[in-house]
Design a protein around this ligand. Structure first.
Ligand SMILES: *Cc1c(COP(=O)(O)O)cnc(C)c1O
Length: 438
């Protein structure tokens, strides 16, 4: 696979290089020149494939020119060891549960694939990679879990002391092994500033290989296209139009869906479902893209005022507004509507949905209402387990939500963190000391 930068189509680099670089030198995002269509053979056997088998077939198709099949198979089997079941609400509607990974959110798919890929690419180098991540909670735990016990990689997480939830803190601080949590006396912005200062620091570069595992890494995006195929595989009547609603913030998830369509997945429409951070639906409505400061909402993982993957969507459709509108429909919803939807999904279908999935549900209903489609396969991506937002969801449906075992376990473990002040010198000292210990 060859990729270009969204800032410069004359650049061409390999997938392995793009994964290690994260972002192009010109600040652009890496995009594949070409996403070849999967063949009839693949679609004929799709229904019978397990998630990892399906993921392997697609990766071979995309990356077979760079990575031998037996290596790819190992990477996939180690990264993709959980499924994305499609749970039926009724004959037309299904919820694609993307929370069966270790941190109960869809980011596990991308983080684990990227981690295993980086370890593979770096395997012959003598130098260990140190992944430096600033987190306000969820992304950090998905990344840390993705790299947990992965060879040749160390993770240093920075999180703001007393500013993440108890569950989040337990997830960040109880892994151990190759993961160290730095508890910063400051804000999330301080954590981000520290990380940004470390990357260009020449003293550090001489001692260690720092990398960012950023959310815009193509190694996180590509594997997210796999579960769209898995959703389709689980639909019963494949002759019906497929409509997929994607709760969106930075639009990585939706972009991965568009990739799947390029590869031949028969999707009639993608729905970009947002909370009041509605830059993208507004763009679809007016043709104008206007970034805004983000607004805090119930579906907080989607509180994004300037979605980073907009550049990729534009690049994919060569800036053609009409084609973007043909592929994607967009709607935004308030917290009040989100609460109402959580109640409705519970009362009507007996299903507990989280605030992000609820926004997806609303957008799909709006689209169906406007378009009077009677028979269809409607798929709502459920991006996180409702237990992660139990404080909101329990109150609405008047029910306790049990934390799945894989998270409940970490609540009992002992917290290990290293406290540092928000001065850059303190982070640098810590990093140099750990580098010298190798
Ligand atoms: C990250 C996240 C989103 C938003 O996904 P994007 O790819 O940024 O659009 C939605 N829901 C949950 C639970 C998330 O963690």
């Amino acid at each position: 696979m060859k990729l270009y930068s969204t800032n410069n189509k004359n650049i061409s680099i390999s997938f392995k290089e793009a994964v290690m670089k994260g972002i192009a030198d010109d600040g652009g995002l890496f995009m594949p020149f070409n996403l070849p269509k999967l063949g009839k053979d693949f679609f004929n056997k799709l229904e019978n494939l397990e998630f990892n088998e399906l993921a392997f077939e697609i990766s071979k198709h995309l990356l077979g020119d760079e990575i031998p099949a037996e290596d790819l198979e190992k990477i996939i089997n180690s990264a993709m060891n959980f499924d994305s079941p499609l749970v039926s609400l009724n004959a037309n509607l299904g919820i694609l549960e993307l929370f069966h990974g270790p941190t109960l959110a869809f980011k596990d798919f991308g983080a684990r694939f990227m981690a295993n890929m980086m370890s593979y690419v770096n395997r012959e180098s003598k130098k260990e990679i140190t992944i430096l991540v600033a987190t306000s909670g969820d992304t950090g735990s998905a990344v840390a879990n993705g790299f947990y016990k992965v060879d040749g990689i160390k993770v240093v997480l920075l999180y703001p002391s007393n500013k993440v939830s108890k569950i989040q803190e337990q997830q960040l601080t109880t892994l151990g092994h190759n993961v160290t949590a730095l508890e910063v006396e400051g804000t999330f912005d301080d954590c981000q500033r520290l990380v940004k200062q470390a990357f260009p620091d020449k003293d550090l570069a001489g001692k260690m290989m720092l990398s960012s595992a950023n959310s815009i890494n193509i190694g996180r995006l590509l594997p997210q296209s796999f579960y769209y195929f898995r959703a389709y595989a689980q639909t019963k009547d494949k002759s019906l139009p497929l409509i997929i609603s994607v709760p969106s913030g930075n639009f990585g998830n939706l972009t991965a869906g568009l990739f799947a369509k390029e590869m031949g997945l028969p999707v009639k429409k993608y729905i970009a479902a947002t909370n009041t951070n509605d830059v993208f639906p507004k763009y679809l409505e007016t043709g104008k893209y206007e970034a805004k400061p983000s607004i805090k909402t119930l579906s907080n993982a989607m509180d994004v005022g300037n979605p980073s993957n907009f550049a990729r969507i534009q690049a994919l459709y060569e800036n053609d507004y009409a084609i973007i509108k043909e592929n994607i429909y967009g709607e935004s919803f308030s917290d009040e509507e989100t609460r109402e939807a959580i109640r409705e999904v519970h009362d009507k279908f007996g299903y507990m949905i989280d605030p992000h999935g609820a926004v997806g549900y609303l957008a799909l209903q709006r689209y169906l209402g406007k378009n009077k489609i009677e028979k269809y396969n409607g798929v709502i991506l459920e991006t996180a387990h409702p237990a992660k937002f139990a404080d909101v969801v329990s109150g609405i449906i008047n029910k306790e939500i049990e934390l799945p075992d894989r998270l409940a376990g970490c609540m009992k473990k002992e917290k290990h963190s290293v406290k540092i002040s928000s001065e850059y010198g303190k982070l640098k000292k810590f990093l140099l000391e750990t580098a010298n210990n190798n």
